[in-house]
Design a protein around this ligand. Structure first.
Ligand SMILES: *[C@@H]1O[C@H](CO)[C@@H](O)[C@H](O)[C@H]1NC(C)=O
Ligand SMILES: *[C@@H]1O[C@H](CO)[C@@H](O)[C@H](O)[C@H]1NC(C)=O
Ligand SMILES: *[C@@H]1O[C@H](CO)[C@@H](O)[C@H](O)[C@H]1NC(C)=O
Ligand SMILES: *[C@@H]1O[C@H](CO)[C@@H](O)[C@H](O)[C@H]1NC(C)=O
Length: 500
């Protein structure tokens, strides 16, 4: 057994490292360059190019200005760059004459994150009437006077009665790609990340935080460009990419196709435990269940048939058939304390899959249910719907009386809860506008981009869920399709589903 264990571990590590190492760029000085960032054409993803010069890493913005990279966090897909130094004896930063501030190339997958609080200095008086905070109590004054990072002579130039300084919070939108300086605006800027008012200005962290979009699978010309776990396939945009094989999914942090639902360290242990359990179970099963076997076999056949039907319908990797047993285990036997909410369509339960995924299990009590096959057809259609502002349908289970739908779990609950003070977080206007926009985007997508237009028919704050970053996730779309035509009014007078 020990031998087997080592064999498997060895195989796994060999396999894992051989398939991933080629893509990651070498360090630049002491700075690691994680995937997808790229310092030369042979590694990383070319859309994420940085410059390594004299052992230092630089982020190239438009119009020829480069910013020193201070740190990189591949897990959150963020990096921090240093703002440009001052010109001698003036309150002007060096990027003002060259590029009028920081401009990102909008075609590249970077934007300015919402963690930045920007101070702009040496502004023209017309900014006093802008919505920016240019008052005497504005935090930019605190920065100038107490951070110890601006010499006293410059403090006066940066903010005086004619040329004020102003503070605003930048970023957090896909369109956040510039911090603009201008001769009729302001001539210098600094940025603080995660600014906390209560802390003394000396402890504020300076730099501009930039976020990158998760990279898609790498581009390929032939199969030789791809690892063994992927195939060079033409995607819908006409570009060939290394698409991961079944049972693998694209891990954009490591830049590899990794096995679904299995963490890399847990794998050998799980296998060996699995092998032991399998043998024990096999012996027990063989002795005990001979009598029951016929019934079980028939059941399994039905399940298999359904699954085949399902596969042929969806033809996609995304949706999955769950067994009732699996769901019972994950929801603790549909226990009451797992109920997230009760709505027009039935209860919603929170469940944990063995691989750590948290799911929401929802029974689709939609009056007169169509036949199993029709339900499967609908699930196949709904599972192809893929938009960042829609709750992802992971699969379904049709062994129970009513079909059960399995969705991704969204952490922050419904918009309703936030608006009606059932939650401690207060939504500011920026967040509200963002949620509106994202909901509209999701609906536009359902109406226009899905293969068959899907009409939600029941959009309301209880059907809009919020994730950790208060992104809107529209839920319950298409459930009305599960009901027979003519009964679809069930969905419009449903009470919505609280909580999931
Ligand atoms: C910087 O580049 C952008 C995009 O190419 C251009 O629109 C803008 O005018 C440039 N600004 C300066 C100061 O050159
Ligand atoms: C912006 O990035 C795109 C894509 O890499 C590139 O083709 C384009 O030339 C860049 N624009 C500028 C002004 O550098
Ligand atoms: C400007 O910012 C300061 C410090 O955060 C705050 O006390 C003040 O109320 C703000 N003024 C305006 C007009 O927003
Ligand atoms: C900023 O860009 C990142 C990556 O493109 C994206 O995930 C994020 O949603 C954008 N910010 C907002 C608020 O849309």
């Amino acid at each position: 057994m020990t031998f087997l264990f080592f064999l498997i571990s060895f195989f796994f590590f060999f396999f894992f490292y051989s398939s991933s190492s080629q893509k990651i760029c070498p360090n630049c000085g002491l700075q690691k360059v994680p995937y997808p960032l790229s310092t030369n054409p042979n590694c990383g993803n070319p859309d994420y190019t940085l410059k390594c010069h004299n052992q230092k890493l630089y982020f190239n913005a438009l119009n020829g200005t480069s910013y020193l990279v201070l740190k990189i966090n591949p897990q959150t897909q963020k990096l921090v760059i240093q703002t440009q130094p001052w010109l001698p004896n003036q309150c002007i930063t060096q990027d003002f004459p060259v590029s009028e501030g920081l401009w990102l190339n909008q075609s590249l997958p970077f934007n300015i994150s919402s963690q930045n609080t920007i101070f702009i200095f040496n502004c023209s008086p017309r900014l006093l009437v802008s919505p920016l905070n240019c008052t005497r109590s504005s935090l930019c004054h605190e920065y100038l006077e107490y951070s110890g990072r601006v010499d006293p002579a410059r403090v006066l130039q940066c903010a005086n009665t004619i040329n004020p300084c102003c503070t605003f919070i930048a970023g957090g939108l896909p369109s956040a790609y510039k911090i603009r300086l201008h001769s009729s605006g302001c001539r210098a800027f600094r940025s603080i990340i995660n600014l906390e008012n209560e802390k003394p200005a000396k402890e504020w962290e300076e730099g501009v935080e930039i976020q990158w979009a998760p990279p898609p699978e790498p581009v390929c010309k032939t199969q030789t460009d791809c690892s063994g776990e992927s195939k060079c396939e033409i995607t819908e945009k006409g570009i060939s990419r290394c698409i991961c094989n079944r049972r693998y999914c694209w891990d954009h942090v490591l830049g590899v196709c990794s096995k679904k639902g299995i963490s890399k360290t847990g794998f050998p242990v799980k296998i060996s435990i699995g092998v032991v359990l399998f043998f024990v179970a096999a012996v027990v099963m063989a002795t005990v269940t001979i009598g029951k076997s016929r019934r079980i076999r028939r059941k399994a056949e039905v399940a298999k048939k359904r699954e085949e039907l399902f596969k042929s319908n969806s033809g996609m990797k995304s949706a999955r058939m769950f067994t009732l047993k699996e769901l019972k285990t994950s929801t603790n036997g549909f226990s009451k304390d797992r109920i997230l909410g009760i709505g027009g369509f039935g209860e919603v339960y929170k469940g944990n899959l063995p691989d750590g995924t948290i799911i929401a299990v929802k029974s689709a009590k939609v009056g007169n249910i169509k036949s199993t096959q029709q339900v499967l057809n609908e699930v196949a259609i709904l599972s192809q719907v893929n938009h960042k502002n829609l709750v992802q349908l992971l699969g379904c289970c049709i062994e129970a009386e009513q079909p059960l739908m399995i969705y991704e779990f969204i952490s922050k609950g419904t918009l309703y809860q936030h608006l009606h003070k059932e939650s401690s977080n207060f939504l500011n206007w920026q967040l509200r506008v963002k949620i509106c926009l994202q909901t509209a985007e999701a609906l536009a997508y359902l109406h226009n981009s899905a293969h068959t237009p899907i009409y939600h028919r029941d959009i309301k704050s209880t059907n809009i869920l919020l994730d950790d970053e208060f992104n809107a996730k529209v839920s319950d779309f298409g459930l009305s399709r599960l009901a027979r035509p003519g009964l679809s009014h069930v969905s419009t007078c449903a009470q919505g589903t609280l909580g999931f």
